[in-house]
Design a protein around this ligand. Structure first.
Ligand code: GBH
Length: 432
């Protein structure tokens, strides 16, 4: 039996800063954050947590926490500033050192190749609406794995292609800020194609395990009314099945509720076997019949539960339901599961005595870790759990206004302060 991975997760644009250093090229988030009105308070990732210059301190924080794994993302525009073409040696060297330093600290590196920071030159050619981006992604995967796969065993291709498609291309609330509604669907297919091509490229370069991390949600119909049931089924198709079925079964779900034909090509590449499925879980979603034109469903909200600072409902058993539901749906085709993100934002402040007291986060993590254990008791093969996040960081359209870290960051001084949840998690790991 392999060791259960207990870790923390971060993403490059959310923590690194140093956006013009050592030859890094611009990403779509550098562009988006400069457009007025896109991000709350006009915040950008220019400095973020300054992790690029504080990796030693951040690795020490993880050593102190006692985790055995770290999920981070590699910035494509640091490695390939133009998106394709020549490698930027200084960009790749940063991750090479990071991997060495993690291994020296006894922490297994688990890199994600794409966590939403597409090189801007590729967006100028359509980004994920352009099928060539899939091939470019595979070349980038080759460049990184050729350098790191001698030491990195487990790789994640994409982070949450659903959220990137929905927020970035359908609704326009994330970079690249396109609001194409259902015409965003090609961004799903090309991300999936990129995932499949990159999976093959990673293996060819020596990667042992390849995962994709999908943001998944249990879908709860608002009532037993057939219109609500049909809407819930449509939402489940779009949010969960669109990015799981092609990878795990080689077939798209029926998209007729969206008035679309599913793509018929590339499924052999997309369904290249993976060694695990990354599951990012935040909350269930309650769905009702559409309230107007546009999408064949509407979000009914989920009252009656505690909420995070973001207003998201806290439903720990939703994670058990999600994990067991995957086993029920995919059966023998389901690879081992890794919870690659789970966590909550809270309005954390440093008290006069220098401590950060976050009992709601402790309750959140305790409830969700127990839910994972219940799923394992019910026979689901779960092999890892990563807290989102190690540090408070740049929370996309919310800027620095939502704090998800086990470690508080004062964004004026960049001072790190472990929260009480950090001490709780450390003690909890000691018992597992
Ligand atoms: C992840 O996305 C990202 O991978 C990560 O970068 C990010 O920082 C982190 O989570 C925290 O946001 O409207 O109440 O039903 C999470 C995607 C999409 C999950 C919105 C929760 C809606 C909650 N999220 N979703 S609700």
């Amino acid at each position: 039996m392999s060791t259960f991975l207990w870790g923390t997760a971060t993403a490059a644009y959310q923590i690194e800063g140093a956006v013009t250093e050592d030859g890094r090229g611009p990403s779509i988030w550098d562009t988006f954050t400069r457009e007025p009105g896109r991000v709350r308070d006009g915040h950008t990732g220019d400095v973020a947590c300054d992790h690029y210059h504080r990796t030693a301190e951040d690795i020490a924080l993880m050593s102190g926490l006692g985790v055995n794994a770290y999920r981070f993302s590699i910035s494509w525009p640091r490695v390939l500033p133009a998106g394709t073409g020549p490698i930027n040696p200084r960009g790749l060297a940063f991750y090479d050192r990071l991997v060495d330093d993690l291994l020296a600290a006894g922490i297994t590196p688990v890199p994600t190749l794409f966590h939403w920071d597409l090189p801007q030159p590729l967006q100028d050619r359509g980004g994920w609406l352009n099928r060539d981006t899939g091939a470019a992604f595979a070349d980038y995967a080759t460049a990184v794995a050729t350098r790191l796969a001698d030491r990195v065993e487990t790789w994640i291709t994409l982070n949450e292609p659903f959220v990137h498609m929905a927020f970035g291309y359908a609704l326009g609330v994330h970079a690249p800020g396109r609001a194409l509604l259902l015409d965003a669907l090609p961004a799903a297919h090309h991300q999936l194609l990129g995932h499949g091509l990159a999976t093959r490229a990673l293996r060819a370069a020596g990667a042992k395990k390849v995962l994709i991390s999908n943001n998944l949600t249990p879908v709860w119909p608002a009532s037993a009314d057939p219109a609500d049931l049909a809407a819930a089924d449509a939402y489940d198709t779009l949010h969960n099945r669109l990015f799981n079925d092609p990878v795990l079964t080689g077939a798209y779900p029926d998209l007729s509720a969206f008035g679309k034909d599913a793509p018929g090509d590339d499924l052999d590449v997309i369904s290249t076997p993976v060694d695990g499925l990354g599951v990012n879980y935040y909350n269930p979603t309650r769905i009702a019949a559409p309230a107007g034109p546009g999408f064949p469903f509407s979000d009914a909200g989920l009252p009656g539960h505690p909420t995070t600072a973001f207003g998201w409902p806290v439903v720990p058993d939703g994670l058990r339901e999600l994990l067991t539901g995957l086993k029920d749906r995919y059966g023998e085709r389901l690879p081992p599961l890794y919870v690659t993100e789970n966590g909550c934002s809270q309005a954390d402040t440093v008290a006069a005595d220098g401590t950060v007291h976050d009992p709601e986060r402790i309750a959140f993590l305790d409830g969700h870790v127990k839910a994972v254990q219940r799923a394992r008791d019910e026979g689901v093969d779960v092999r890892g759990y990563f807290v989102w996040s190690l540090l408070d960081n740049f929370e996309w359209a919310e800027g620095y206004n939502q704090r998800f870290g086990l470690v508080h960051v004062d964004f004026a001084t960049l001072r790190r302060t472990p929260k009480s949840s950090y001490h709780w998690f450390k003690a909890h790991l000691g018992q597992t």
